[in-house]
Design a protein around this ligand. Sequence first.
Ligand code: SAH
Length: 455
Amino acid sequence: MLLTITTTHRPATDLGYLLVKHPGRLQSFEVSGGTAHVFYPEAGEDRCTAALLLDADPAARSAKGPGKGPDTFTLRQHVNDRPYAASSLLAVALGRVLRTALRGDSRDRPELAATPIPLELRIPALRCKGDAATFFEPLGWTVEAAPIPLDAAHPEWGPSRYVDLTLRGTMRLADALNHVYVLLPVLDDAKHYWVSSDEVEKLIRAGTGWLAEHPAKGVIARRYLAHRTSLTNEALSRLSDVDPDADSVIERAPRPESLAALRRAAVVRQLAEAGASRVLDLGCGPGALLGELIRDRRFTEIVGADVSTVSLEMAARRLRLDRLPDRQRARIRLLQTALTYRDDRLRGYDAAVLMEVVEHVDPPRLPALAASVFGHAAPRTVVVTTPNVEYNVRYPGLEHGRMRHHDHRFEWDRAQFGAWCDDVAARYGYTVTRHGIGEEDLEVGTSTQMAVFKK
Ligand code: SAH
């Protein structure tokens, strides 16, 4: 089973940093389906290809079976095509071996990990039920799926169920890998292991930012969850529940709309009180706050900035930018930027908002974010919101010690947030006040904490 990933982004060998796998070495990993090898058939400045090859071990698979009675399922697997065709096993290997790249993290090339790059993914033997294009095209891929003949010597026997799949597109490597991670088992439609409820979690996580909007999300969820109706329903209801206004599943649980809406209202109030009319929404995500800002005439120039192009596209769709009358359209702009790098386009505004953004940034990168926002963009007012980790004990669905969202790099208590605010204020010449958002609990405070910086 083979997947190759090629880029022509220059220098193409940066692919090694994104995958966290050195182009000069063959690396092998024991995974649940056998042994996975990562190597680079080509590694030049102009073009670099990484290969993930899974050597499937038929005996290794019974371990994850339902474990009841004679395992006819596994027996069947022993005599079929599994070792040669890409399938859910390859997806499992991908999840294990390229975990960091799937998360979109890169210590050495964080900006590149966040940037769409030209990619070509190829799976030379993929068992494919249905048309691969239905699944990949809506995600922005150009799809080539060449049917593999059953027997090359007997073309009259017609095609096999296998295709040689090539995907071409320009996107973030993490998005590309997540598409493949979810859609391989969907195309195969024969999950090799017992599907339990954690699979719903995995699907929601890997589908972040694209699955809720996918026209075939119903088939995708059903096949991914091995046709288990209850799990499929759970996944679909969670997907349709994905309120792009809130960035956390947990916060929505107890009271559906409230916290995200309260947060937006509190932020808008601060901007209005500061008399700001030209405002930046930094890390705007899919644009929930932008939607409120544009409805409010006090804000004459609004910029939404985010590192994620997928989020910006969602924002453009939600705001119906293409249908706004010219006068309105002129008030708003979306731009892609990484906040840990100085960006001159962000200078000269009255106010900036960082709503639920800092906790998505790796702590060692926070000083760079502070330098670019408070030091370089330097608006008169900056409003920051972030979760108050002390409040997490009030979320019954949240296991002790877990964070509210899988992409959070940390969650601060009130003292930690206070210390960061004071340090930033002192360093960049601001004064800061702190406020709570949400119902105040005497012991643990409010769910969201907000700081307002002024200079
Ligand atoms: N402010 C929005 C979205 C919060 S989710 C809201 O409250 O609804 C965090 C957002 O920050 C994501 O959209 C993510 O893409 C963005 N983000 C994280 N790190 C970033 C960085 N270094 N530069 C720019 N945006 C970043």
